[in-house]
Each structure stands twice: as C-alpha cells, then as structure tokens.
Design a protein around this ligand. Structure first.
Ligand SMILES: Nc1nc2c(c(=O)[nH]1)N[C@H]1C(S)=C(S)[C@@H](COP(=O)(O)OP(=O)(O)OC[C@H]3O[C@@H](n4cnc5c(=O)[nH]c(N)nc54)[C@H](O)[C@@H]3O)O[C@H]1N2
Ligand SMILES: Nc1nc2c(c(=O)[nH]1)N[C@H]1C(S)=C(S)[C@@H](COP(=O)(O)OP(=O)(O)OC[C@H]3O[C@@H](n4cnc5c(=O)[nH]c(N)nc54)[C@H](O)[C@@H]3O)O[C@H]1N2
Ligand SMILES: [Mo]
Length: 757
C-alpha cells in the first residue's frame, strides 16, 4: 500500500444544483476571462489572443480542429483559456519551496493544490534515501540519467512514456533517441485513450484515423454522437454542431448521461447566444447503459440489413464480408440486444430508420466507446453501420473519432508507438544509418507489469502524469517505486513526481505558449489535430524561468549524453533550427512532402487520408465488414457498472477547480453519481459518504469517502471522476485487442462509509 499515491481522502464541501440543459454562452466566456486573469494576469490574456490564430499558438487543450478558411477573433473556449492560464501561471515552484517541503508534505496536497504551486523553474533531483528534491544542473542531470541507462543489462529495461501534448518535432527526436538507444518501449497516453480506435479501424478502412473534415459537418444529414461530452471536453465542437444543425442536420446523442453540451448550445460568439438564446442540439437522445453500444449497434445493423436499409451499390463495389455479417446478425436476439443496450426496440428502430433514410452521416465518438472490455469490437460495429449506409469517402459523411490531447494523433504519426510498422523502421534506419529494434515494446499496462516485476528499471516520461492517469493507482505506485530511476519532463509538479524510483529527476520544460529561442532564432513547432491537419504553433510569452529548455532540446541533450559517439545524428544542429528536424521527418514519413513550406501557410496542410477520398488502403483494397461476437456483460446482483469521467474543471489529471458546473455538482470531486433506486437499494441517501469496492477475478479494491449524488443515469450504472477513482480499476481489466484499461467499465459495490479500515 502506498497511501501517497491516492488522491487525499479529504472532502471539500459538496453542493448540488439541477443539471444544466445547455452549454457555453456568456457565462463560459466570463468564467474563462476571469480565470485567466486570476491565475496568469496580463500574460495569459495576451496568449489567449494568439490562441488558434494563423501563426499563433495551437491550443494546448483538446485536438478539435480550427475552421479551414477563417478564424474568429476569439478562437478558443473556456477549456482552452483554463489550459493557457494554468501554463502561464505567474507563481513559481522554486528550489526554496522544495527545500521546505518534503515529498511526503507535497504528497498530502490534492492534485488541484499541486497545480497552484506554480511553474517549475529548474531541474531537480531526489537522491537515494532523501525526502527533499534538490536543484541539479542540466548537464549533471543528463549524466545521472545516462549513467543509469547505460548500466542496464538490456535497453528493454528502460521505458519511455509520452503524453499527447508533445510536438511533432520533439516526438520525432524522442522516438529516434529511444530507438537508437535500442528499445521500442514507447508507451503513450493513446494506450489509455483512442487505442481501441487505432486497433479497430485499419483492418476495416485501411487507416487508424478518422475520415472527415470540419467542413463535412455542415454538409451532413445526420450526426451521431456516441460516448462523448463535447460541452466539456471539446467545446469548440459545439460551434460546428450549431452550424450543422442550422444547415439541417439531425443530431442523435447516445450516452448514459444527458450531458448539457449534447442538449443545447448558447454560442458565446453570437449576440443571440450571449443573450441566453440557445440552439437545441440533439434531436434524439438514447440513454444507453454503460457498455451497451455494441448491442445497440448490432441491433441497428440487424434492422438495416433485414429491412433493406442498406446502400447496395456501395457495398457491392467497395466492401467485403457483407453476407457473413448479415447471417451473423440474423442470429442475434432482439431480447438480448435490448436488454444489453438498455434501450427499447422502438427507440432503436426509430434511430435505425433515420439512418436508413440518410446517405450523409457522420459518426463521432470518444472515451464512451474506447475504454470498455469490448471497445474494439464496438468500434468495428460502428464502422459496419457507416459502411452499410455507404456513408464514407464522400462529402458530409464518415468516421470521426474525437481525439483527446492536442497532438496525440501527431505523436503517433511521427513514430511514438510501441508497435512500429516495419516500413517505418526501415525508413528511419535508412535516414539515420542504424538498425532500429523491431521487437514490440511495452504499452502502458505492460510497462506497469514490467516495473512491478523488476523487468522495467528506468522510467522516463515526456510530459503527462503517468501515476494518476493509469489504472490501478496503488499497483502502479508500487511498480514505479520498484525502479532505479524515474524522470519526468514537466511544466508543473504532479503526483508522478512524488512516487519515485530510488532516484528521481524532474526536468522542467517550456510550455507551448512560451517563446522557444534557439541558435538560429525563435522556433515554432507543429501539431496534428483530430482531422489530420498539421499546423504550426509559435509561443508568445517570456519563459517562466531562464533555466527552462524546450522538449526537443532536452531530447538532444539527453541523446548526446546517453549515446555519445554511438549516434551519428547531429543533435545540436537539429535543435539550432527546427526546420532541420522537419526536413528529416519529411524524409521518413509519407505525407510530409514540402513540410517546411506548407507548415508556413495559414492553416497548415492536410495529411493524406485515402478513405476520405473513397480509396480503402486495406490489403484487399476494399473496406471490410466485421462479424464480431456480441459480448454480453453482466455484474453480480446488487453490483453496479462504474464509469470514470471528466468534470468541467479539469484537463485529465490537471484539476483547475472543484466544480462540474453543467452537471450541477459543485465544490467536490469525491462523488459517485447514482440512480435513485440504486441509492435506495444500497441503503444510501443523497449526500451520504460511501465506500466503493471494485470486483475483478476474485480480487477487490476499495476507495473510501465518496459522497453520493442522485443523478439521471441508467439503473445499474454509476459514475465517478478520474483520477480519484483510478485505484478501483484493476490493472488486468483491459479491452480485448487494444489493451486499454477499462476505465468506463468497472464492476463495483457501494456501501455506506464506515470508519473501520
Ligand atoms: N476540458 C477538457 N477537455 C478535454 C479533456 C479534459 O480532461 N478536459 N481531456 C482530453 C482527452 S485526453 C480526451 S481523450 C477527451 C475525452 O473526451 P470525452 O470522451 O468526452 O471524455 P469523458 O469525460 O471520458 O467522457 C466520456 C463520455 O462518454 C459517456 N460514456 C461513458 N460510458 C459510455 C458508454 O458505455 N457508452 C456511451 N455511449 N457513452 C458512454 C460519458 O457519460 C461521457 O459523457 O477530451 C479531451 N479534452
Ligand atoms: N479512470 C480514467 N483514467 C484515465 C482516463 C479516463 O477517462 N478515466 N482517460 C485516459 C486518457 S483518455 C488519457 S489521454 C490519459 C492522460 O494521461 P497523461 O497524458 O499522462 O495525463 P495528463 O493529465 O494529460 O498530463 C498532465 C501533466 O502533463 C504535464 N504537462 C503539461 N503541459 C506540458 C508540456 O507542454 N510539456 C510537458 N513535458 N509536460 C506538460 C503537466 O506537468 C501535467 O501535470 O489518462 C487516461 N486515464
Ligand atoms: Mo485522451
């Protein structure tokens, strides 16, 4: 047991108000400006005016794209403003503060309080046996890391994690360094995020990415939004949805919760919206049970195939596997499909009939589909629906996985993956004159197992908050503590810096809003959004401290120290001018032709996307229908299925505040949202403290003191917030094929809180 790994069991004062039915509006703008001014002063506001503008700063929050042809004056949302304010924080976490506060003192603070300590200012080291971080010079830090890495029996004993904020330039150099060092142990946040999508789609359409552009939304007849909370997690998408709606699109939302951002939108960019007029969004809302989407989609596909609601011509010329799928669907029972989805046959048939009438449908999804035991099969079933309607490869139609981190898609494109393709390795090896390792590396869950079992001895993280983001927090903590060295490149302190290997190092880096000065002048970086547009991002603010280095510079420094003359990469030259890094990316990765020229065009450029143009780049050259088994999921009587979700006041493990405004939950993050009947059955009253236990393969895990909230959620389902509930998610509870932790499908029991341990 490692108590400091968990979020502190402290209650902060819950108030509950009715859940909202519209999102954004003037309140959102006022809140974001007030927040930015409060935390970051004038600097933050200056950064806001450059956010998502041509030649400006790519918003460090989500991966939703900007419009192709224009930019409004304020092309940001409340979340983006909070992210900028958090980064442009005027407070500093200096060595003096570390000298006063031990890691034990810091561990007692909440995630919110960690953020309030301000920006890191210089490299810090926690030496073996010590409880206080001390300052260390950059060169000395590199020497310590190189010493540990080069002492390993095999390069595969080191693990190199990446979070999705890292730029293309930094990520490309990082994976190059790691592969020259000799391992493919490159787990990343994708493993916990859209991996199920990346695994499901290539066999179906030939590429692991979405196929639509933002302009497609206005041309669509139907938008299906599954397992996604755009009002909170992709607020700029609401503007797109509003436009689509005005152009006549019907919106169907599929979600266990009636999220405000799915129901209505007050556009803060319009006078009508400022005055409080809202555009209703979803035309129909399907309140599916958690994990019920595969059953729902199978039922939809059964209806479409049985009622001739399919696009025959498209299927015949572009697909394989239709007949086998149809036969399989005939054997599925409506009783099982309705019971598993939690929806009535007539609700499903109404939805399917709408799809049967439409040729231009866009299917959007996020974590509500990807973090379940059967996530990959569910996404393949969604692709089946799309193919049945021939709704791909044309205007106003297609698949649209909504990515999370602002460059999570780009990181994968430039080589951050533990399972690299031979073609990529060959190109990388050719360009840099070495033989990259070809065996598969560890994903996130495998990395934890390796550290737990003593096979992973050095853990290095390029950004992120590994300990708090991964499942099974206490197991992950013990695993990290079992290593010789943990290193984090970071901009602020987080819990991962406090649960450490024998030695721990924090390397503080520039944030995306900051000026990145190198030998040949100030540099910009590039990122790829959710729709495959690569665009530049140039920092505008004075760095938080003169001792910060950019992520590419840190990789170069490290590579030089670790590899020495074993590497013939001109690391220092590449850092002097990032154009030189982009030239190398262009030579290794298809689609980046004339990278330096096109990245300088306003709005950047699109990467190639064959299915978008109607070509399926599968081995057979056609799209592939899937015939997966229906995975029926049951829990023991009186147990519930728990999903872990984000509040309106956080970016993943970064907690901006304690409210979840749209859901009407204020002042408290340790809550569990339950159906009234499930509360009563558990002998609990709203607002009462409860203990939650998860059940998996005979093991139990418990978190204590969560306040109950009576909520409109299907019976048998409940919701808690990430990361507070992560200790409940068993390490081995992962999605089939993708290995993604089942953060949205955990079997739990809930009982009144008792003081006895
Ligand atoms: N402000 C802000 N923006 C963010 C983030 C953030 O934390 N804060 N995080 C970023 C990241 S990395 C990501 S990946 C995205 C996440 O964006 P989302 O996927 O929208 O985030 P979650 O809060 O995980 O919510 C998932 C939604 O799925 C629903 N859901 C859960 N289980 C099921 C299910 O079984 N079926 C269906 N149909 N729905 C279900 C939940 O009710 C919830 O509405 O957002 C990105 N943007
Ligand atoms: N239970 C549960 N767990 C989940 C999820 C869930 O829905 N439920 N969602 C999963 C998902 S979708 C994701 S993507 C992962 C997220 O996992 P991560 O990406 O690992 O986590 P974040 O909270 O986004 O990382 C925040 C940290 O990044 C650092 N940081 C911020 N900006 C920069 C920068 O510019 N450079 C560097 N080097 N560091 C920076 C800050 O110090 C901050 O503390 O969590 C996953 N975990
Ligand atoms: Mo994510």
């Amino acid at each position: 047991m490692t108590p400091e790994a968990d979020c502190p069991e402290v209650l902060t004062g819950l108030t509950v108000t009715p859940a909202k039915t519209t999102a954004a509006g003037l309140t959102a703008v006022i809140k974001s400006m007030a927040h930015t001014l409060g935390v970051s002063g004038v600097a933050g506001t200056k950064a806001l005016t450059a956010l998502n503008q041509y030649g400006g700063i790519d918003c460090p929050s989500c991966a939703w794209p900007e419009p192709d042809d224009h930019r409004t004056v304020a092309e940001f949302c409340e979340s983006g403003a909070k992210a900028v304010a958090w980064e442009a924080d005027t407070r500093r976490l200096t060595p003096e503060v570390f000298a006063k506060k031990s890691i034990d003192d810091l561990g007692k603070l909440s995630d919110y309080e960690h953020g309030q300590l301000g920006r890191l200012t210089e490299p810090m080291i926690l030496r073996p046996g010590k409880r206080h971080y001390e300052p260390i010079a950059w060169d000395e830090a590199y020497r310590v890391i190189a010493g540990e890495l080069n002492a390993l029996a095999s390069p595969d004993e080191a693990i190199f994690y990446t979070s999705g904020r890292t730029s293309n330039e930094a990520a490309f150099l990082y994976q190059l360094f790691v592969r020259q060092f000799g391992t493919n142990n490159l787990p990343d946040c994708s493993n916990m995020c859209h991996e199920s999508t990346s695994v499901a789609l290539p066999n179906v359409i030939g590429i692991g990415k979405g196929t639509v552009t933002i302009a497609d939304f206005e041309k669509a007849e139907v938008l299906v939004l599954m397992g996604q909370n755009p009002g909170t997690n992709h607020p700029r998408m609401l503007t797109t949805l509003q436009k689509a709606k005005r152009a006549g699109a019907k919106i169907v939302a599929v979600n266990p919760l009636r999220e405000a951002g799915l129901l209505g939108f007050r556009n803060p960019q319009e006078l009508r919206g400022m005055l409080g007029f809202s555009t209703p969004l979803a035309d129909s809302f399907l309140q599916v049970k958690i994990g019920g989407d595969q059953a729902l989609l199978k039922a939809v596909n059964k209806y479409l195939t049985a009622s001739n609601g399919v696009n025959r011509a498209f299927i015949e010329s572009n697909t394989v596997g239709y007949e086998a799928m149809k036969v399989k669907l005939e054997t599925e029972s409506w009783d099982v499909l309705t019971e598993q989805s939690g929806l009535s046959r007539s609700e499903i048939e109404t939805f399917a009939a709408l799809l049967a009438k439409s040729d231009r449908i866009i299917f959007c999804w996020a974590m509500g589909l990807t973090q379940h035991p059967h996530a990959v099969a569910t996404i393949r079933e969604l692709a089946n629906t799309c193919l049945l309607r021939g709704s791909i490869g044309k205007t106003g139609a297609g698949l649209c996985p909504i990515r999370g981190h602002s460059n999570v898609q780009g990181d994968r494109t430039v080589g951050i993956t533990e399972k690299p393709k031979p073609k990529f390795l060959e190109a990388l090896g050719r360009e840099f004159g070495f033989v990259p390792p070809s065996n598969h590396g560890y994903d996130v869950v495998e990395a934890i197992r390796a550290m737990r079992d003593g096979r992973g001895k050095v853990f290095f993280a390029m950004g992120g908050n590994f300990l708090s983001a991964v499942s099974d927090t206490r197991v992950a903590a013990a695993a990290l503590k079992n290593t010789r060295l943990t290193v984090h490149v970071s901009i602020k302190l987080n819990r991962s810096h406090l649960v450490t290997g024998k030695t721990a190092i924090i390397l503080p880096c520039l944030g995306r809003t900051e000026i990145d000065g190198q030998l040949c002048g100030d540099q910009f970086v590039s990122t790829e959004n959710s729709m495959g547009v690569v665009e530049q991002s140039r920092g505008r603010l004075t760095p938080a401290s003169p001792k910060l280095l950019s992520e590419p510079a840190i990789v170069a420094g490290l590579a030089t120290a670790v590899l020495g003359n074993k590497s013939n990469v001109p690391w220092a030259e590449l850092i002097a001018d990032y154009d030189r890094i982009r030239e190398r990316i262009e030579k290794v990765i298809p689609g980046f032709e004339h990278y330096n020229e096109r990245i300088r065009k306003p709005g950047g450029f699109y990467l190639p996307n064959p299915p978008r143009d109607g070509t399926f780049s599968t081995p057979i050259g056609k799209a592939q229908f899937s015939s997966d088994e229906l995975r029926t999921l049951y829990v023991a009587p009186a147990h519930l299925v728990m999903m872990t979700i984000r509040t309106h006041d956080q970016f993943n493990t970064t907690v901006y505040g304690l409210d979840d405004r749209y859901r009407g939950i204020h002042g408290e993050r340790r809550v569990i949202l339950m159906h009234a009947a499930d509360l009563a059955a558990a002998g609990l009253k709203p607002g009462q403290a409860a203990d939650i236990t998860s059940h998996f393969q005979g093991e139990t895990r418990t978190v204590r003191r969560f306040l109950t909230v009576e909520y409109d959620i299907p019976r048998g389902c409940c919701a808690t917030y990430f990361p507070e509930a992560n200790p409940l998610i068993p390490l081995d509870s992962i999605a089939a094929e993708s290995g993604t932790p089942t953060s949205k499908w955990v079997e739990v029991s809930v009982v009144p809180h008792s003081e006895a341990a």
